[in-house]
Design a protein around this ligand. Structure first.
Ligand code: SAM
Length: 459
């Protein structure tokens, strides 16, 4: 019954264009994947791995999945972070942000991590990605996905946008707000989104989106760029939200998205505010994706500096001492990491991104992961972690090299011990066609499986 509100609103706003732009809700949803730029050779591997693919108009790294019967989430390349399953239109906002290696980037609403993974690819391991998720359970999923994708330079937070703005005001060159929304573009993918939809939800999401945008604006450095996106069509969450924000923030201008896909924003969705909708971008279901709205906002280089409002002042960072057991392990297995900035905290060793500032760790923020978890120190020994191998496994000195055709690949993913053919005794990275799946420990010609239990393929 509530769908009546959605369909009658859309028919009224779109008139004769309704049928062409909103394809039937019963149709199969568009599916896609985005290739991970952090895995060298990923594009060619994806194209040759048996998945039925077509190019995506929304993002150069995106592909449409054209065979609804295929299950790409079970493919070994998915486990190896060669690609991220992402609805095609959801890949469109990140390229608009213009992220370059070395930028400081904030993804404020990041779980499960599709857009953070794209941002990490654009950074190529340089600079810093702060990837935040408000919901604790979803933040854990985000951490797992960034681990799978081999991201070396992320700070994963479980915070409110307000706290981040208080701790790191004006810190970021780029901010993405992929707002929690009423999800009208999810109706075909998640029937629950349809069942929960009502006008009150739209109003509530619009208010929350406005609050998140305020915090995002404080996080952004003068001269920086912010992209706001939703997967809904509701006027007050889209064009109206941007119009309202611009009316309150003269220090921001609306930039042209400069995109050739989809269509411009819609004048009759501005909710009475004034803004140039031709600079905004929409993707409708009739244009090959489930639906996305996006707008690019630039903060004036002359905007006043934002004040810090977190708890106290950040503590001065003590010079980190490399834990000797880690240094010994690194010298044997990862000599290229021996000089990296390592931090020991609570018996765990982290390799920190050089661009991570002291405020980020000392500002009272709830940190889910800082950089790469190399491993833990226990009973006078260093035990490496899955994360280390997912990021740098291809460069490990001791490797068990598998291929898609090798039956040991599926066995390893099931958590079984496999025969060692290329790795010598000790810890080893386990790779499929050169992409990391995890690690094991070789002894007596066998690789003992160290794949975390939660990641094992039990089917
Ligand atoms: N960007 C993600 C991706 O590409 O995988 C999808 C993000 S989803 C559209 C929006 C996220 O915002 C959800 O994970 C939701 O839990 C989170 N969220 C909910 N309430 C929030 C709040 N008050 N502030 C920030 N984020 C919130």
């Amino acid at each position: 019954m509530e769908l009546e509100y959605f369909t009658s609103r859309e028919k009224e706003l779109l008139g004769q264009r309704y049928e062409a732009l909103h394809t039937p809700l019963e149709a199969a949803p568009a599916r896609g994947l985005t290739v991970n730029g952090l895995r060298p050779g990923a594009r060619a591997a994806v194209e040759g791995c048996g998945l039925a693919l077509a190019p995506s108009p929304f993002c150069p790294q995106g592909c449409r999945l054209t065979d609804p019967a295929q299950r790409p989430g079970l493919h070994p390349y998915h486990k190896a972070g060669v690609y991220y399953l992402q609805e095609p239109s959801a890949s469109a906002p990140v390229p608009l942000l213009g992220v370059e290696p070395g930028c400081r980037v904030l993804d404020l609403c990041a779980a499960p991590g599709g857009k953070s993974s794209q941002l990490a690819s654009a950074l190529s391991g340089q600079g810093l990605l702060v990837s935040n998720e408000y919901d604790p359970a979803r933040a854990a999923v985000l951490r797992g996905n960034l681990e799978r994708m081999g991201v070396p330079n992320a700070l994963v937070l479980n915070e409110t946008p307000d706290h981040i703005a208080g701790a790191l005001p004006g810190f970021f060159d780029r901010v993405l707000v992929d707002a929690p929304c009423s999800g009208e573009g999810m109706f075909r993918k998640e029937p629950q989104a349809m069942a929960q939809h009502n006008p009150g939800l739209v109003a509530q999401c619009a208010r929350r989106g406005a609050e998140i945008l305020e915090a995002a604006a404080r996080c952004l450095a003068p001269g920086g760029r912010l992209v706001y996106s939703t997967c809904t069509f509701a006027p007050e969450e889209d064009e109206g939200q941007i119009g309202r924000f611009l009316s309150l923030h003269p220090e921001f201008t609306l930039e042209d998205c400069g995109a050739s896909f989809g269509s411009p924003g819609e004048e009759n969705r501005l909710c009475g505010y004034a803004a140039d909708v031709s600079r905004m971008r929409r993707i409708w279901p009739g244009q090959g994706g489930e639906g996305h709205f996006m707008a690019c906002l630039a903060k004036s280089p002359d905007a006043p500096a934002e004040a810090r409002s977190g708890k106290g002042r950040p503590k001065r960072e003590k010079p980190a001492k490399t834990p000797p057991l880690w240094a010994e392990f690194a010298a044997r297995y990862f000599p290229a990491l021996a000089g990296e900035r390592a931090l020991e905290a609570g018996g765990r060793v982290y390799i920190l991104p050089p661009a991570l500032p002291a405020e980020a760790l000392a500002g009272g923020l709830r940190v889910m992961r800082a950089g790469v978890l190399a491993g833990s120190l226990s009973k006078g020994r260093f035990e490496p972690d899955h994360h280390l191998f997912m990021v740098w496994g291809a460069g490990c000195e001791n490797r068990e090299e598998l291929t898609l055709a090798d039956e040991r690949t599926a066995a390893f993913l099931r958590g079984e011990e496999i025969e060692a053919r290329t790795a010598g005794a000790g810890y080893c990275a386990v790779l499929v066609d050169g992409f990391p799946l995890g690690f094991g420990k070789v002894s007596g010609g066998k690789v003992k499986n160290h794949l975390p239990k939660a990641l094992r393929n039990l089917k």
